[in-house]
Design a binder for this molecule. Sequence first.
Ligand code: NDP
Ligand code: 2IT
Length: 445
Amino acid sequence: MNSYIGTVLDGVKRRSQNEPLFLQAVEEVLESIAPVVEKHKEFQDKGILERIVEPERQIIFRVPWQDDKGKVHVNRGMRVQFNSAIGPYKGGLRFHPSVNLDTIKFLGFEQIFKNSLTGLMMGGGKGGSDFDPKGKSDSEVMRFCQSFMTELCRHIDADTDVPAGDIGVGGREIGYMFGQYKRIRNTFHGVLTGKGLTYGGSLARTEATGYGVVYFCQEMLKNKKTSFDGKTVVISGSGNVAIYATEKAKSLGAKVVALSDSNGYIYDKDGVDLDLVKRLKEVERKRISEYVKEKKSAVYKEGCKDIWTIKCDIALPCATQNELDGEAAKTLVKNGCQFVAEGANMPSTPEAVEVFISSNISYAPGKASNAGGVATSGLEMSQNSQRFSWTFDEVDNKLHQIMINIYNSAKNAAEEYGTPGNLVNGANIAGFKKVATAMMAHGLI
Ligand code: NDP
Ligand code: 2IT
């Protein structure tokens, strides 16, 4: 390993011993960018790597709220403003009981390079809370969101830091948080993305991450002179990303046979009934197991990991980090899977990534293939600044072109730096170069 990178990594290990996810994300990026660092000695002279692995600012705060019975609860809220070299901090908010600073730091770090790849002016940030929206009433979710924003609103602004959704944060939560921001700050501007269409949201933002994953995968398929048509697809998760990846894959002629949640997965040999999934998950907020009660052709299995044992041509992990391990990757490859594009952030463990790369299948890391969500958030910001809104097709066409551009940037960077076909290296290198160049221009800050 390059000695500069080795030293920086040792520093991160020393300071972040209790942050395994953050370390995992940093390790992958630093390994990938070694050839760039070799070529640009000035990055070492100016301490670019030491700076890029340290957030510019971390905000951690108390979020007190009352449930419907009047009982007081306290959750922890946080926002990591990681890097603003190329634009205002931008990235989602995650509400899930597993959330801690490690989670938010890994997501914020990934976001720096993802946002850079989109070609838009967005820095990297992420936030969230260990609040669990599952099983809570609308009023409880509203009170939590209002309390969360009462503190967060001091730290964000349309030109400073623009949060959006992630796991556990969708249109409902964004609406409550926007309302509270507007009330306290007395300004109506695009401080959040993923807003409702009646108050500044963008058409196609709901669909964007899932559609974007499929657009990216379409480029991988084209590169191998094939297409989605007639392919069997397995998608993990059944949330926002999974649902719209399913929709787009189906519209291109693929058959999506499986979806999951954290309890288990469904297998429908006839192809999943998306209208039913949307009703169960988006409207009724039920578990995916309910699907088999209404669809007799399908089976439900407890435990989400085994979804990767289903034979498929294309796998799209769209649930959460480290959901696909080395064993699962080997099984997928053994069963003939040729394409893996990540909708989730860091869903494949390092061992799984190694299996995909060494077996020469086409593999896209999340920071490239799931960038369509944040890219369309960037388009929402543009529309808000213009006080204007574009049609669904205008936004969708821009999203599609951005995904093609990201694919080409990653592919070309991988070739230029000596690892053709390795989109992990390509995405990290292409994302890093722009941010590093901007940091150089800004001097030591
Ligand atoms: P949602 O909350 O809409 O859905 C999350 C899905 O993943 C649910 O099916 C959930 O199941 C499942 N899931 C969550 N945690 C776990 C877990 N620990 N084990 C197994 N399954 C789990 O979130 P999104 O669809 O928005 O996000 C999914 C992934 O995509 C995340 O990694 C997110 O960071 C990433 N992403 C999202 C973007 C967006 O625009 N929304 C943009 C780019 C990336 P359950 O209901 O049981 O919890
Ligand atoms: O991981 C991600 O890119 C997101 N959750 C979307 C972030 C955004 O600002 O739209």
